[in-house]
Design a protein around this ligand. Structure first.
Ligand SMILES: O=P(O)(O)OC[C@H]1O[C@H](O)[C@H](O)[C@@H](O)[C@@H]1O
Length: 278
């Protein structure tokens, strides 16, 4: 079912779903099934997208809210791509319904197009968009074996100035620092002025991303970790699809399962990220 709020657009041979609702405007790419824009009713963009992101299906989209699945980070077999296949596959629209308050839209990942066997798994994403954003990622295991999974909703938040950004919620949580290959914990809200790539090993209930202009509150369910990433200047410059100054306007806060999630045979799991702006 389609609503009056939904339009489709073809660009570079790719399909994009545009939602134009009195409370928000949003765009979702069929490739990767990922949200690439969400503007609230005052026109403020919540989601960062690199202006040099590839939007032609040739590579994962740099920005938005990519889905890392069925693994997060490097694959055990290093011939397979980082962060799995979901962000590299087309997704099929299942349904879309809406009213004056919100729109709910669902897509199914076309796992049969993956170069590895993901048959008898189902991956569905549901966006509920209105005054805020809810992303539900449903994995269903229809095989006879337990599925070992890692995953993340890898949201790039659009912020005015990383130098003014304060992150609240990570205090006292053990983290693994991927850049320094060490673990740690910090006592105070975090301000960053250097590359950060950390996995905080807890289902932190609430993260706040505060700048002078924006205050995002991020929560969810079904995760065991929260990943924090900003490549900083040199890291951004080293990536062909990352605006050189983009690091100053984004921060990734990712609800993730990194500690060995198991989905039993004929069982399912839902990972949720909710984003509010206050
Ligand atoms: O460049 P990508 O494959 O999109 O990954 C971007 C980043 O994703 C996560 O945040 C990881 O923790 C980082 O190690 C990685 O660099």
């Amino acid at each position: 079912m389609r609503t009056k709020y939904l339009k489709t657009l073809n660009k570079n041979g790719q399909l994009f779903y545009q939602l134009e609702h009195p409370k928000f405007h949003a765009e979702i790419s069929q490739f990767g099934g990922q949200l690439i824009s969400f503007k609230d009713e005052s026109g403020v963009e919540w989601i960062w997208l690199s202006s040099s992101a590839k939007l032609d299906g040739s590579a994962p989209i740099r920005g938005g809210a990519p889905i890392c699945w069925p693994w997060f980070g490097p694959a055990q077999d290093n011939s397979l791509p980082q962060h799995g296949y979901a962000r590299r596959l087309p997704w099929q629209l299942l349904d879309c319904e809406g009213d004056d308050e919100r729109v709910r839209i669902r897509f199914s990942c076309q796992l049969d197009q993956a170069p590895i066997d993901l048959s008898n798994l189902s991956l569905i994403i549901e966006y509920v968009l209105g005054d805020d954003i809810t992303i539900n990622l449903h994995t269903e295991n229809l095989t006879e074996k337990t599925l070992n999974l890692s995953q993340a909703i890898h949201t790039y938040f659009n912020i005015s100035d990383i130098y003014q950004c304060k992150l609240i919620g990570f205090e006292q949580i053990n983290y693994e620092d991927k850049l320094a290959s060490k673990s740690g914990v910090h006592k105070h809200p975090l301000s960053i002025s250097y590359p950060v790539d950390r996995v905080y090993l807890d289902a932190i209930e609430k993260i706040e991303i505060c700048t002078d202009e924006s205050h995002f509150v991020v929560s969810g369910s079904g995760y065991d970790s929260v990943v924090l990433w900003n490549p900083w200047k040199e890291g951004a410059e080293a990536m062909g699809d990352f605006d050189n100054d983009g690091f100053a306007h984004m921060i990734c806060v990712e609800m993730a399962n990194t500690q060995g999630l198991q989905v039993g045979s004929h069982d399912s799991h839902t990972l949720t990220q909710q984003i509010k702006r206050i």
